[in-house]
Structures are given as structure tokens and as C-alpha cells.
Design a protein around this ligand. Structure first.
Ligand SMILES: [Zn+2]
Ligand SMILES: [Zn+2]
Length: 383
């Protein structure tokens, strides 16, 4: 557009920023557009400003999102919601809630998307009572009927905190029919809190809604495995075989200097493989000294403890982490991506590594961002 002398519109710029936002690995390009926006005075365009707030939120820079938001001369409900969502995604739950109240003090009415961000902040922050209160106030005070996204947040909220019976009752009383997301969230909670009976119910409902959905089988087989029901887990796995449902293979990747390196489970194909496994051995020794105890319930094979523990050290996110450690300067922030949900034991390894090496690590999995620093994670172990 610029080559032919046509001046880009606010809409064109906002679309570009959104593209960088969604791709997940075009941070530098987004910054360049931000530069252009500053030079060309586009920040007064509410769509451009909002797209940038969202962009910084996605890339884990909640403080940049906040600064930009403050500089915007015009803000609407979408801008406020983008800021709440950026706080929510990165573990600043209290700030998300504070922003929600600030917007109302300034006379901006929240919409249904605002409530999705707010409820997800409550859910990830383990703020159960607050979440319940906001959910019910949404209909009563704001006249916003609940949609499926709100209900999923509520199941997540109750499920994460182990209130599984309440979650089941909530589903029965939902004003709209439960979707696959609702059942999947309940099933995941049954895995974390070890409730195979309710897990079976959730899995059956999930499979009834979409028999081709492999995640139902995989999750249910995980529920059985984590509660030691290897026989049941095997049954589910053989059903998967006969229905030709394939588990989506886990894959993690790291982007360095415009090059993406990706790793599967137990991957040996990378040219730096020997160094990666050496690094992992070294990390293992150091974190064990610091008190790490492997949680072998995440190794999904019915083998002996030693083998299970060994299998955990083949997980793709660990290989990607070791690769990133070898190839980045000391003190820099590490960024790892994973296509599925991070496993509980890898989550614990990432926490220890961030503490011992004093490195910040951002892990973006299929569901959320985890910011590891000083031995802790922004998700407070709810995910
Ligand atoms: Zn793992
Ligand atoms: Zn986390």
C-alpha cells in the first residue's frame, strides 16, 4: 500500500497488528507497526490502540499494554476488555478485577466479552467466591444472559478448585445445553483431582457430542492412569485404536533469530540433540538437589517407576527448554511454545529451573501463558 503511495487506514493497521498478535511469533513485526503508529499519529484511533493493547497482552507484556492503554485518548469497552484480558492471561488477577471496577466508575458498561475475561481471571487465580459473585451479577445487575463461554469459565473455576459436585450441579442447571468445552473442562478437573467416576460421565457426554474427538479418549485415559486404573486406561486406548482416533502428538518449539526449532517426545533428530540431553541431565541433578521430586503419574505408561521417570525426561517441552538454555545468553527471558496442555511434572521442572538459574521463562501452551520466575508460576499451579 505504501509503495503505491496509498495511506493505510486505521482499519488496515489494526488488522496488521491483529495478524501479528494471532501468529504468536511476530513480536518484532508488531513493534515495528507500533513505531509506525507513533510516528503517524494513529494512536488516537481507538481500534489501532486497542489492537496494540491486545498485542502486548498476548506477548506477555502486561505493563506495556497498560502504558499504551493509558496513552490512548479514546477508549471504549473493547479497549478496557483487552486490558482486563491481558492482566488475566498473565496472572495479574487482582489487577484484572481492579480494572473491571475502574471502567465502571468511569461509566463504561461491561459487555459479555468483558465478563469472559473477568471470569477467566477469577478461574485462573483460584478466586472462586468472587467468580461466582460476578457470574450471578452479570444477569441480575447487567442484564447479560450467560453464554457458553461464561459457563465454561464457571466449570473451570469450580473444577480447578476441586468443587466437582458443585460443577456437576452447575452443568445440570445451566440455562443453555452444555457444549463439548464444558465437558472437557470437567473431565480435565476430574484428572487433576482424581475422580474417575465423574470423569467417566464427562467423557461419555463428550464422546456423545463428538465421537471423532480424540481429546475425550486421551483425557479419560489420563484420568484412569493418574488414579492407577491401568486396565480401564488400556480399554479406552484400544477403543481409540478401533475407532481410528489418534492422539495428537505433543510438540514444543522455540523461535530464535527468526528460526523455529521444534521437538517431539523423545526427539533425537535435532543436530544439537547430544548437547540437549546433556543439559537435561545437568538440570535434573541440580533440581533434585533443590528438592524436586518427579510426579510419575504424568508418565502415561504402566511401567516401573524408574522407566516412568525416564519417560518424563523425554517430554517435548523439556527438550525445547534445554535447547533454549543452550542457545540464549544468560539472563535473557526464554520463550517456549507447546501445542497441547503442559504436563504437571514439566510445569514443576520449569518452576525449579526458573528458580535455580534465575531465568524468566514464558511457556505458552494450548490453553494459557505460564510465566515462570524465581521458582514460581503466574498460574499459581491452576491450569
Ligand atoms: Zn511433561
Ligand atoms: Zn503455570
Amino acid at each position: 500500500m505504501r509503495d503505491v503511495g496509498s495511506k493505510p487506514s486505521g482499519f488496515a493497521i489494526a488488522s496488521l497488528v491483529t495478524a501479528c498478535d494471532r501468529s504468536g511469533c511476530m513480536f518484532r513485526e508488531g513493534i515495528q507497526i507500533h513505531d509506525f503508529v507513533l510516528k503517524s499519529g494513529f494512536l488516537s484511533d481507538v481500534f489501532v490502540g486497542t489492537s496494540l493493547v491486545h498485542f502486548y497482552g498476548t506477548y506477555g507484556l502486561a505493563s506495556n499494554a497498560m502504558r499504551l492503554f493509558e496513552e490512548m485518548p479514546d477508549k471504549n469497552v473493547v479497549s478496557w476488555t483487552a486490558l482486563i484480558s491481558s492482566f488475566a492471561k498473565h496472572g495479574h488477577f487482582e489487577k484484572a478485577i481492579k480494572t473491571f471496577h475502574e471502567m465502571q466508575e468511569l461509566g463504561v458498561k461491561p459487555d459479555q466479552v468483558t465478563f469472559v475475561s473477568l471470569l477467566s481471571a477469577c478461574s485462573h487465580g483460584g478466586l472462586v467466591e468472587e467468580g461466582l459473585r460476578y457470574y450471578y451479577s452479570m444477569t441480575k445487575e447487567f442484564n447479560i444472559p450467560p453464554r457458553i463461554a461464561h459457563c465454561v469459565c464457571m466449570i473451570d473455576l469450580l473444577g480447578r478448585s476441586g468443587r466437582l459436585t458443585e460443577a456437576e450441579t452447575f452443568i445440570k442447571e445451566m440455562p443453555i445445553p452444555p457444549s463439548d468445552f464444558v465437558w472437557r473442562s470437567l473431565l480435565a478437573a476430574c484428572k487433576v483431582h482424581g475422580n474417575p467416576e465423574l470423569g467417566r460421565k464427562a467423557a461419555e457426554n463428550l464422546i456423545a457430542l463428538d465421537p471423532s474427538d480424540d481429546s475425550a479418549y486421551v483425557l479419560y485415559s489420563n484420568v484412569c492412569s493418574t488414579s492407577g486404573r491401568w486396565g480401564d486406561a488400556e480399554n479406552v486406548r484400544s477403543q481409540m485404536g478401533s475407532r481410528k482416533v489418534q492422539k495428537q502428538p505433543a510438540c514444543s518449539w522455540v523461535k530464535l533469530k527468526n528460526q523455529v526449532s521444534s521437538f517431539g517426545v523423545g526427539d533425537n533428530s535435532h543436530p544439537q540433540s547430544p548437547e540437549i540431553y546433556k543439559k537435561l541431565d545437568e538440570l535434573k541433578k541440580r533440581i533434585i538437589e533443590a528438592g524436586y521430586v518427579p510426579d510419575t503419574s504424568y508418565a502415561l505408561q504402566d511401567t516401573d517407576e524408574e522407566q516412568k521417570e525416564h519417560n518424563l525426561w523425554n517430554h517435548s517441552e523439556r527438550l525445547a527448554l534445554a535447547f533454549a538454555l543452550i542457545n540464549t545468553p544468560e539472563g535473557s527471558t526464554l520463550k517456549v511454545f507447546k501445542n497441547l496442555r503442559v504436563c504437571g511434572d514439566c510445569h514443576s521442572v520449569f518452576k525449579f529451573v526458573s528458580g535455580i538459574l534465575g531465568r524468566k521463562i514464558i511457556l505458552r501452551d494450548a490453553f494459557r501463558f505460564h510465566h515462570f520466575a524465581g521458582g514460581n508460576c503466574s498460574c499459581s499451579d491452576y491450569w
